[in-house]
Each structure stands twice: as structure tokens, then as C-alpha cells.
Design a protein around this ligand. Structure first.
Ligand code: ZN
Length: 403
């Protein structure tokens, strides 16, 4: 099923398999038989070893999103910490709504205290009842509102936090606004139920805007007197150019929670931050980690084909970094990792580096270019217009500026 060039022989099986399976195959690198043989692995763990923990997670979790991925999404939430904790409780279903209190034998009555709905569930509290019902149509696109109000709560939370362009009318800082509105709806509801005499409740949308501004202020560099707080490595992470004679290739992968489709992309730059090349690739159906590894593979393959002798590959996914820097492809059973290892062993110098997500924005932008592409690799020898600002931002950087 693989051609002499090492590509999938699509004509051999395209007509017999459904589209979803073809999309999943497209995201698998064809096996390199000289480097790796087939082996059995457990899909519930990144390292393919069976564990009871992962088996339980698969059995009990409808969305099939591993807890550590959910936590990493919530950990990156840019809003206030109390809102992050609240979102985690919503995701885990442990918000003490009346149906949850009923389930724990804390009350006989699971119905909504405000509108009388039979079950006061998390979905009802945050989407179906009172203020929630009137707020969402103001901020969600009209043609998406039905989907917004009806989808599985866990997927709904993750989709809003991860894909700010999907539901809202205004996508800027939607993750913060969304979390803040949920938190305010819950808080306001408790005030109404437990302290009905309180009056002068602000408009929830206006309060949401204020919380958004508060969150953004909290994230901006701290001013001490008239100067900025000292630059701290690891806190304000910015891209740094490689030494002269090296290039740095920043890579990234992206995956849509809603569709499962993934892309990867990257950008090669010299010591002055000048554009050497960029690439993007629509991958098909695969995990976020596989998309990251595809980014590394294509980054290395591009740099090799263009003849660069010294290459630093930098990525923002720590799992991918550990796998390529330390991984044993035989243990991991991945043809993609085997391909990366084969590229590593050619006669050139390669280093791997980890950078925080905030410093890897250009690679993220390159990956996003492929969302509407056919399933193929694209190379950019000149920067697309969307990249110009991000490249200039990295090029201007001097840590002394921040002191
Ligand atoms: Zn209600």
C-alpha cells in the first residue's frame, strides 16, 4: 500500500474506505520498513503501554479527551484564576447544581429554583435558564446559536476555550469573555436564589466586559514606578535568534476539537530573524501530539532539502520535545518518529529546543494557514502577508528593552 517513493498508494484503497478512515490514514506517515516494524500498542497512553487508569478514562469519559489535555487547555486559560477553577468544576461535572445535590442525597428536589425546570443541570444553569438564555444570543453568531446551546457540555467548554473564532460574534479574547460570563452567570444565580432581596445587580454582559479588562490588565507587563518590571527568562518568553551559521526552525501543530482535523506548520529563520522558509500542511485526522510531530518532521525535511547544515528545531509541545530529543521510535512504534530519527542521523547538525507557546506565534500562524488547504505540503519561500507583523515582532526583540 506504499509506493516506491514512500508515499501512500491511494489508488490501491481510496475507493474501498470511508472518508473518515482515509483522513486518518492521510495523517499517518507511511511505515519505513528498514527502520521500524509493526508492533501492538495501547491507544489510551501516549507511550502505548496499557494502564488501568487510561482504560478507566476511556470507559468513563464520553468525549475521549484525556484529562491531562483538558487540564493543559484550562491551565492555558488567560482569565482570572478563580474562573479557571470554576471551569474545571464545570468540566468535571461537580458544580453543585440541584440535580448534582440530589444525586449526592443533599436535597430531594432536583428542579430549578428559578424557572422550575425538572432538572437543574450544569447545561441548564449555564445555557438554558433565565439570564443565560438572554445573554448568549447577544454574543453568539445567529447561525451557530442552536449548536452552541445544545452540544455536549464538556465539548462545549473546550471548543469555546480553544477555538475563539467558532461561535462568537467578536472572537478577540473570547476565551476570557466566555469563562467570565459563565462564572458571572453562576454567581448571579446564587445571589438570586440565596439572597433574593439584593437589588441593583449589574448587567452580566457589562460585568463580563469589566472582568475581561481586569484579566487583560493582570496579564500585561507589571509597571514598577515608571519602568517595566525586570525581564525574567521563562516568564516573558520571546523568540531568540540562533547563532550565526545556524538557522532556527519553529514548528507547531494544531487540531480542531470539533472535527478532529489537524494541521502543522513552521518557519525557518536565520540569526537576524530573516525569513529562510515557511511551510504548512493539512494532515487529516490525528491527535494534537501527532500534529506537533508532523511539524517537526516537515521542518527538518524542508531544512534538509534546502541544504542548511546546522538547524535548531524549536517547538512549544513538551511531550513532542521529549519524544524527539530522547525518544526511542522502536518503543513508540511510530513511523513519524522513525522518520524524524532518520533525518536526525544524516550528516548535519541538529538540536531540539523547547519554547513556551507565547514565543512560538509565527509557527502557530503557519499551521493555521493550512486549515482550508487540500491534504498536501506547501512551502513558502517568501513570507505570506499574515506573517509580516509576527516576524517583525520577533526580530525587534532585545531583552534590554524589557528592563
Ligand atoms: Zn431554570
Amino acid at each position: 500500500m506504499v509506493t516506491a517513493n514512500g508515499e501512500w498508494w491511494w489508488d490501491g484503497f481510496r475507493h474501498v474506505l470511508p472518508a473518515a478512515v482515509l483522513l486518518a490514514i492521510a495523517a499517518i506517515k507511511p511505515p519505513i520498513t528498514e527502520l521500524i516494524s509493526d508492533s501492538v500498542g495501547w491507544r489510551g497512553e501516549k507511550r502505548r503501554n496499557f494502564s488501568v487508569n487510561s482504560a478507566y478514562a476511556i470507559c468513563s469519559n464520553d468525549t475521549n479527551v484525556p484529562t491531562d489535555i483538558v487540564w493543559s487547555i484550562l491551565f492555558k486559560f488567560r482569565g482570572l484564576p478563580r474562573v479557571r477553577s470554576f471551569l474545571w468544576m464545570c468540566y468535571r461535572g461537580c458544580l453543585l447544581t440541584k440535580s448534582e445535590r440530589n444525586r449526592r442525597y443533599l436535597t430531594d428536589d432536583p428542579s430549578c429554583s428559578i424557572c422550575g425546570e425538572a432538572f437543574e443541570s450544569i447545561s441548564h444553569v449555564l445555557r438554558g435558564c433565565g439570564a443565560a438564555r438572554s445573554i448568549w444570543p447577544c454574543v453568539i453568531q445567529r447561525d451557530k446559536i442552536a449548536e452552541f446551546l445544545s452540544m455536549n457540555v464538556q465539548q462545549w467548554l473546550l471548543l469555546n476555550l480553544q477555538e475563539p473564532n467558532y461561535f462568537p460574534k467578536v472572537s478577540a479574547d473570547w476565551d476570557i469573555m466566555f469563562g467570565s460570563l459563565l462564572w458571572l452567570l453562576w454567581k448571579r444565580r446564587n445571589e438570586l436564589v440565596f439572597n433574593p432581596n439584593v437589588c441593583g445587580l449589574d448587567n452580566t454582559l457589562q460585568q463580563g466586559q469589566r472582568m475581561l479588562q481586569e484579566s487583560l490588565r493582570a496579564r500585561s507587563p507589571v509597571r514598577v514606578g515608571r519602568t517595566l518590571a525586570p525581564w525574567q527568562p521563562g516568564l516573558n518568553v520571546r523568540w531568540r535568534g540562533p547563532s550565526p551559521s545556524w538557522i532556527k526552525v519553529n514548528t507547531d501543530g494544531a487540531r480542531s476539537i470539533r472535527s478532529g482535523l489537524a494541521t502543522c506548520g513552521g518557519i525557518g529563520r536565520d540569526s537576524n530573524g530573516n525569513w529562510c522558509f515557511g511551510f504548512s500542511r493539512a494532515l487529516g485526522l490525528c491527535s494534537a501530539l501527532e500534529a506537533e510531530l508532523w511539524g517537526v518532521f516537515e521542518g527538518l525535511a524542508t531544512a534538509w532539502s534546502l541544504g542548511f547544515p546546522r538547524v535548531i528545531v524549536e517547538m512549544d509541545c513538551h511531550d513532542a520535545y521529549e519524544m524527539v530529543a530522547l525518544g526511542n521510535p522502536k518503543q513508540l512504534g511510530s513511523s513519524l518518529l522513525a522518520g524524524i530519527l532518520e533525518l536526525q542521523h544524516r550528516s548535519w547538525e541538529i538540536k531540539f529546543n523547547f519554547i513556551k507557546r507565547e514565543g512560538n506565534v509565527p509557527a502557530d500562524l503557519m499551521a493555521s494557514l493550512a486549515w482550508n488547504d487540500p491534504l498536501e505540503y506547501r512551502r513558502y519561500m517568501v513570507p505570506p502577508p499574515i506573517m509580516l507583523e509576527a516576524i517583525q515582532f520577533d526580530r525587534d526583540f532585545d531583552p534590554a528593552d524589557m528592563v
